[in-house]
Design a protein around this ligand. Sequence first.
Ligand SMILES: Cc1cc2nc3c(=O)[nH]c(=O)nc-3n(C[C@H](O)[C@H](O)[C@H](O)COP(=O)(O)OP(=O)(O)OC[C@H]3O[C@@H](n4cnc5c(N)ncnc54)[C@H](O)[C@@H]3O)c2cc1C
Length: 401
Amino acid sequence: MTSHSDVLVVGAGPAGVAAALTAHRLGLRVRVIDKATFPRDKCCGDGLTTGALRLLETLGLRPETVKSWTPCRDVTLRSPSGREVELRLPGDGQFAAIATRFDLDAALVDHARGSGVEISEGVTFAGIERHGDGYRVSTSGGNFDARVVVAADGMWSPVRKALQPDRSPYLGEWHALRQYATNVTGPASTRLYVWFEPELLPGYAWSFPLADGRANLGFGILRGASQKVGDMKALWKTVLTREHVRNALGDDAIIDDKVSAWPIPARVTSATLSIDDVLFVGDAACVTDVLTGEGIGQALLSGILAGEAAAQSEPGRAYRRAMRREFFADHRMSSVLGRVLGSEKLARGAIRVIGNGDWRRDKFVRWMFEDEPRAIALTPRRWHRGFLSARGAYADRPKSG
Ligand SMILES: Cc1cc2nc3c(=O)[nH]c(=O)nc-3n(C[C@H](O)[C@H](O)[C@H](O)COP(=O)(O)OP(=O)(O)OC[C@H]3O[C@@H](n4cnc5c(N)ncnc54)[C@H](O)[C@@H]3O)c2cc1C
């Protein structure tokens, strides 16, 4: 049996759900397939930036539907020299939150389904071919015909592979590792830490607080930097034994045995964004921020742009135009800043400057959490009133922290 829709979305992570909800709101018939059954884990730091939070709010997701949702205001940055800078996000709404992908992605799927989007779980993409004025997608659950296909199928994008079988393998710009901890009793139980360890630069290690004494720990390194991806597990063990990390977690913290690692693609300006009316979004479009490796907000935004483009007469062209507008300047800015962080001396200097002065600290922490696009200062078309001073997301809810 063949199912028909205007838009078929392959992948029900944040990018796919955002595309589906947007296209559905514009009156299109949308079907989403995912090989997984939700809830499912996704290797991730689970950190939601201000940008991601604002988009989740726009999409109608309610934090209380996400079990592990933990708003966070207190941040510690540690420079390669060991200097620590404490930052505080405003309390007027949410500017940072942590939610396990196990919970967040399942809540997004439930929300989309509740809004009327048809979602088929446990259905694996197998192939794609031109059919009539659209596409026929074959899957483990039969064929799906659609005018527009949105490939939201993650870093390895089986849809991209099917359409570009000869393309050389791509391994992502970052490689990152994640491990959960329980029984965290030190300040990391409520405070978010970013440790710029000298041998990880321009990468960093993190501890993101979850409720009930849990924390998401991990680190990311740039592929091609001095550290080799193969050395990651050994290096991680040494980072975990460092005094400042132990002090943050507390003596009784228990680090889970399970370690997971995954690449992070961050080359949106040179990625394939569309092939005719197949639109690539999220990690499949390599939209992750090359400075930080964050990709949930970018996945949501690219998904929204794809959902909007699907309603236009030339979806591929409309989508590429929108992506250029929303992502390219920020990507270039992040690349430049990444080079600064790659030098230990410059990274130290940057953190010293941030630490000197309340105004700088207050604005920097908002900028760091993507309250505004990275390159907003260089793109006057995006200037607006209330620069770095608007309320956070979900500002009508009880105050956090
Ligand atoms: C260790 C690590 C830490 C990170 N930390 C953060 C962080 O703290 N904050 C942040 O913002 N970002 C972080 N990121 C990046 C973030 O995880 C990704 O950018 C984000 O998940 C991209 O979302 P997506 O919807 O594009 O893809 P995904 O979330 O990967 O979803 C892709 C979906 O496609 C489905 N799929 C794949 N193949 C098929 C197929 N053949 N058929 C059907 N379905 C298929 C999968 O099952 C999956 O559900 C981190 C990444 C890593 C690796």
